[in-house]
Design a protein around this ligand. Structure first.
Ligand SMILES: N[C@@H](CCC(=O)N[C@@H](CS)C(=O)NCC(=O)O)C(=O)O
Length: 367
């Protein structure tokens, strides 16, 4: 048994990027490796119901799946230097941006990864060598190709089609411009210290956008502040203590306005439509029942167009967590958070009546 946490993950895995950045920023020592196919398909799938990474194995023998749940558990163990800002509006923004970065960027980072064949060899090398360690090279390659085929089959479900590619490209570049302008002034989304918001936004950027040559060149090289943030997220702070979050009462940086607009004008309609699909698919929630990973097709505003994709109820669980945060706040803080949502044009968020959900493996179930 190892004496530091073992992260089963991969450089090419977006959600491993969330956990890795978090562990680095928290100063938690860990080791990382790609699981073997046996660990992935048998051990992880049996424990959690789905084969997926990241999974964190603690020295005391606890196995934790799902990047968000891993952060929750680690926050409970390492309460010092929390990743949630003390100001209620900053805290709520962090939870919403965590959901937005982790879920709403999916068509964008799948577009960058899978639309350029030159991105494939390093992906095959990393997963082939890790998952199929010990097999002859030709078999490693063939088996990794099969894994790639199963991922490619999911892409249209998540909204990435050749037809949608120009729209996704415009959306991604628009967001990247705004983020570059923000990071020209601030080290992290909330200011001097990384919050949950940053650990959401790193999901598309570390596993895919910065690793792949075309997206690194097209999206990050022309936007040096955003590019520097991606690497900063993977380095410890330069001081023994994490820098401070903004004091309570400090407004959100004005440079976050484009992100806030996307959260309320694009992501919220996606979440709302996903809730409608969940209600259609499961009119009577039954406690413990797993919900399909993909529900019916939804469409929502996206840059200067409309994107269509299958609804993934996982986003509802993330948003439910943000609503729970408001519910857990002292009355005056909750009022400030709600006022900010309403003033930002997001009143619908506060009306969402999401059935209680929990996460198991890759899917959600009714709690
Ligand atoms: N919500 C999960 C998502 C994990 C996830 O999608 N992991 C990918 C790799 S980045 C995976 O293992 N996918 C396997 C599959 O889709 O079958 C988390 O936050 O950890």
């Amino acid at each position: 048994m190892q004496n530091v946490p073992l992260l089963f993950g991969a450089i090419c895995s977006q959600y491993s990027g969330r956990v890795r950045s978090y562990l680095i920023k928290k100063g938690v020592q860990y080791v990382e490796r790609v699981p073997t196919i046996w660990t992935y398909k048998r051990t992880i799938a049996r424990r959690f119901g789905d084969a997926a990474v990241p999974v964190l194995v603690m020295p005391d023998g606890e196995w934790i799946a799902d990047s968000t749940i891993i952060l929750d558990r680690m926050e409970a163990r390492h309460a010092q230097q929390s990743v949630l800002p003390p100001d209620p509006v900053h805290a709520l923004f962090a939870m919403l941006c965590d959901a937005w970065g982790g879920e709403f960027w999916l068509p964008a980072d799948e577009w960058t990864r899978w639309s350029h064949p030159e991105h494939y060899p390093w992906w095959r090398e990393e997963l082939g060598e890790g998952l199929f360690a010990g097999f002859p090279k030709a078999i490693k390659n063939t088996l990794a190709d099969k894994v790639a085929d199963s991922i490619r089959a999911l892409l249209p479900k998540a909204g990435f089609t050749a037809e949608a590619a120009p729209l996704i490209a415009r959306w991604t570049k628009r967001q990247a411009d705004a983020l570059d302008a923000h990071f020209a002034q601030h080290a992290y989304l909330s200011g001097a210290r990384a919050s949950r918001a940053d650990f959401g936004l790193i999901v598309p950027f570390f596993g895919h956008i910065v690793q792949d040559a075309v997206s690194r060149n097209d999206i990050l090289m022309p936007r040096p502040h955003l590019h520097a943030w991606v690497w900063r997220m993977n380095q410890p702070y330069l001081t023994p203590e994490a820098p401070s979050f903004p004091a309570v009462g400090t407004p959100l940086p004005t440079t976050l306005q484009p992100v806030i607009r996307s959260v309320f004008d694009e992501f919220l309609p996606y979440v709302d439509a996903t809730l409608a699909e969940l209600r259609k698919a499961e009119p009577k929630p039954v406690r413990g029942k797993r919900v399909e990973r993909f529900l019916g097709e939804v469409s929502f505003p996206y840059a200067d167009g409309i994107l269509r994709r299958l609804a993934m109820p996982y986003a509802l669980w993330m948003v439910q967590r943000a609503l729970e945060l408001i519910a857990s706040m002292p009355a005056a803080d909750a009022e400030r958070a709600r006022s900010w949502v309403k003033d930002s044009g997001g009143a619908r968020l506060l009306e969402l009546d999401i059935p209680r959900l929990e996460v198991s493996g890759l899917t959600v179930k009714f709690a």
